[in-house]
Design a protein around this ligand. Structure first.
Ligand SMILES: [Zn+2]
Length: 367
């Protein structure tokens, strides 16, 4: 049962973010720099869409047999990951074009190509997650009870002792949940976390319905005309599991690790925090300087920079990271970057284990 939760607000401003913002604006002042970032972003979009279309055409038109089919399915997964991280994510944040309408149109690739509603995503991700990062009850990304305990203030349950093992199958159905139950539940409830979600109207409604129809058509209906149902089912499950695992892991490594801070609404009410500092201290970068990972993940290994500047194209994050890191050190803000993917994964596992073990005694469980 939901209990009433206080309305939350952060203090804005502060020396850290004003110094950082000034330097970032200086860096982005050059027209050449901005143009370079945009061209990289648009080129990536072309690659993402070309891989997706070529792989789908191979599967449906050429029908290349088992190994060719598996290679094409892998191509579809890669195309979807690139579209999810490098196209829809930037566009739905408003980082792609100047025009809001064009950003929403490009963000609609989430509906048509990935199967989840960009309208719901903008509330879940842009509002609930980006405004209230790692705040229990507000950030929907860490609200996975009673399946997982991701924040220390969430109530313990005996089964969380095994969560570091069973989270992986749960992560692998995340996109399937978004495509089905999560979108519908958000529409029915009219909120995500504690953020209101108004019923979509006009073009938003058209986009949602048409997007789902197009997705179901290319991902299920047309393949059923070509392959037996069990081949389509296996391909669809494989496709969503692979995209889910990569997506969930990327976001979890940035926020659900030992080094990331968490907060409850009560703590934030009693002790008002500066928003920019809260964002840096609840988020962790990983593998900076790994250019390939940065390219594939749409700069989401630089999540600190993304949280501070979500409307800046992700192709600028490596340069912005230098500025943020320097100013964090200057103003005493805790800034963490995991050196490798392995270190980040181990920290995530340790975080899950520690929360699974913490406060489990039967008296508390029954009280
Ligand atoms: Zn984001």
């Amino acid at each position: 049962m939901r209990t009433a939760v206080p309305k939350l607000s952060f203090a804005t401003g502060g020396d850290f973010i004003s110094d950082t913002r000034r330097e970032v604006e200086l860096y982005l002042r050059s027209r050449r720099t901005r143009l370079h970032g945009r061209i990289q972003l648009y080129a990536k979009t072309f690659v993402a869409l070309a891989i997706s279309i070529a792989s789908w055409t191979m599967l449906i038109v050429v029908r290349p047999g088992l190994w060719g089919g598996l290679a094409s399915l892998a191509g579809l997964v890669i195309g979807a990951i690139l579209t999810g991280f490098c196209v829809q994510h930037d566009a739905n944040h408003g980082a792609y074009f100047r025009s809001r309408r064009f950003n929403h149109l490009m963000g609609w690739t989430a509906d048509a190509l990935l199967g989840f509603s960009s309208y719901a995503w903008r509330v879940k991700h842009n509002v609930a997650h980006h405004t209230y990062t790692n705040v229990d009850g507000y950030d929907d990304d860490i609200s996975q009870t009673p399946f997982m305990r991701l924040a220390p203030m969430q109530a313990p349950r005996w089964w969380y002792r095994l969560q570091h093992i069973y989270v992986w199958p749960l992560y692998s159905v995340m996109v399937l949940r978004m495509q089905t139950g999560a979108d519908i539940a958000a529409l029915v409830r009219g909120r995500i976390g504690n953020s209101p979600m108004h019923p979509p109207r006009r073009w938003d409604l058209v986009g949602l319905v048409a997007g789902k129809a197009i997705f179901v058509c290319w991902a299920i209906v047309v393949p059923l005309l070509v392959y037996p149902w069990w081949v389509v089912a296996a391909g669809y499950v494989g496709f969503t599991m692979a995209t889910s695992l990569v997506t969930a892991t990327t976001f979890q490594l940035a926020h659900c690790v030992e080094e990331a801070g968490f907060a409850s609404a009560e703590e934030l009410t009693a002790n008002k925090r500066i928003w920019a500092v809260h964002e840096v201290e609840t988020t962790v970068d990983f593998c900076p300087r790994n250019a390939f990972l940065t390219w594939v993940l749409g700069g989401l290994n630089y999540q600190i920079e993304h949280h501070l500047f979500p409307r800046v194209a992700h192709t600028h994050y490596p340069q912005i990271a230098e500025i943020v890191r320097r100013n964090a050190a200057k103003h005493g803000v805790r800034y963490t970057a995991q050196p490798s993917l392995r270190a980040a994964l181990r920290s995530h596992q340790r975080h899950l284990r520690a929360l699974g073990r913490m406060g489990v005694p039967a008296e508390i469980e029954m009280g």
